[in-house]
Design a protein around this ligand. Sequence first.
Ligand code: ARG
Length: 229
Amino acid sequence: STTSPKLELKTLKVATDPTFVPFEMKNANGDLEGFDIDLMNAIAQVVGLQVQWESLPFDGMISTLQAKRVDAAINGITITAERLKTIDFSRPYFKAGLAIAVRENNQNIKDLNSLKGKKIGVQIGSTGADFAKTIPNAKISTYNSGPDFFQDLLNGNVDAVVGDAFATLYAIKNGNLKGIKVVTNLLTEEYYGIATPKDSPYLATINQGIGILLSNGTYQQIYQKWFNI
Ligand code: ARG
């Protein structure tokens, strides 16, 4: 008698910090969901891998990849020259950028120039944190996650936050972030990539998967699902 061969899918350990709406978050049941989650699961499906998700703080993501404790990380991570020194990135999968957010009643912070000397909140280890360092005389407070700095902005402990525009706009539009507005156009042009350790055996496969999803319409479906708001 013959037995049908069993298809063993290789497991890809993927890290994310599920505090970055709508890219990665936890729903009421505690399950991971979001644009990045759908994208990564779809990539795995088309290339025949199985994702094992790990929740890790954003700030430790790069060092975790360097230590090869996970195979990849998807977390709205901007591809930067600095990060490329120690880890690798997939082809870009999302165009993003930083924006300034302030309390709704703030009238004096209107642009980058008016941030000089102000109290600014940023997420630790983010491109927003790097950007804020370039603002003259700014007093910078760092936070572990976006939700924390928005809370401190509402409390009046900082005058503004500098963070990823899409995530901020999404939170405002969906009502879980009341009393905050975005005041400028994008301060930067950034691209998110899926991060891997250097010399990852999976990077080419991940890129192949992104290519398939872009050409077969799946990427656009996932985009619509999360950004048609
Ligand atoms: N795109 C920015 C960066 O790469 C911020 C990402 C924040 N992501 C997160 N999951 N909190 O530095």
